[in-house]
Write a protein that binds this ligand. Structure first.
Ligand SMILES: CC(C)(COP(=O)(O)OP(=O)(O)OC[C@H]1O[C@@H](n2cnc3c(N)ncnc32)[C@H](O)[C@@H]1OP(=O)(O)O)[C@@H](O)C(=O)NCCC(=O)NCCS
Length: 152
């Protein structure tokens, strides 16, 4: 396990997050969306995982009634399988607890085996399928976990 520093993202992180998006997704989040969120903090929380001064991964958590909603999670390829995502999820688990959420939900591409394995390893289970959820027409699977997550 590579121990990382977990902290809130700041507007100066936009370029690093855009680079992570480009490295991790065929259809990345747009820079202007990330920039807007970081400059106008609303209900979503952006966390970064850093090793020394480099951001290795980041995630975004939102809130919906009694459930928290994982809106994004990405780790640079060179830092994968070292527990970076697990440490981000531990922080999101703690924030969800502060929000008094009993569950966390997320959407994942049906073709994304790596992410589905990761989420299932920490307690997420299949809830439902949303047809053509993504802009390229792929279905999303909605996954749900009871909190706290299975992080041990
Ligand atoms: C999914 C993702 C965030 C996982 O990040 P990570 O930092 O590599 O994950 P961790 O090292 O914390 O993995 C913890 C456990 O999850 C499981 N896991 C993670 N990646 C896996 C993979 N590619 N295949 C199978 N199991 C995997 C394993 O059980 C792993 O433990 P192990 O390495 O001891 O076997 C990363 O692969 C990623 O950024 N993918 C591209 C972006 C993406 O698809 N995001 C999800 C959008 S919903």
């Amino acid at each position: 396990m590579q121990i990382v520093d977990i902290d809130f993202c700041v507007p100066g992180d936009v370029k690093s997050l855009v680079a992570i998006e480009a490295a991790c997704f065929d259809i990345p989040w747009e820079e202007r969306l990330i920039e807007y969120d970081l400059n106008e903090p609303g209900s979503s929380v952006y966390l970064k995982a850093s090793i020394k001064d480099a951001i290795a991964g980041y995630g975004v958590l939102g809130r919906a009634d009694d459930a928290s909603h994982l809106m994004n999670l990405a780790v640079l390829p060179e830092f994968r399988r070292q527990g970076v995502a697990l440490q981000l999820m531990a922080a999101f688990d703690a924030i969800s607890g502060e929000w008094e959420c009993g569950r966390m939900c997320l959407e994942v591409r049906s073709s994304n085996g790596a992410a589905r394995n990761f989420y299932s390893s920490i307690g997420f289970v299949y809830s439902t399928r949303v047809k053509s959820y993504y802009s390229d027409g792929e279905d999303a699977l909605v996954l749900i976990a009871r909190l706290p997550l299975r992080l041990a």
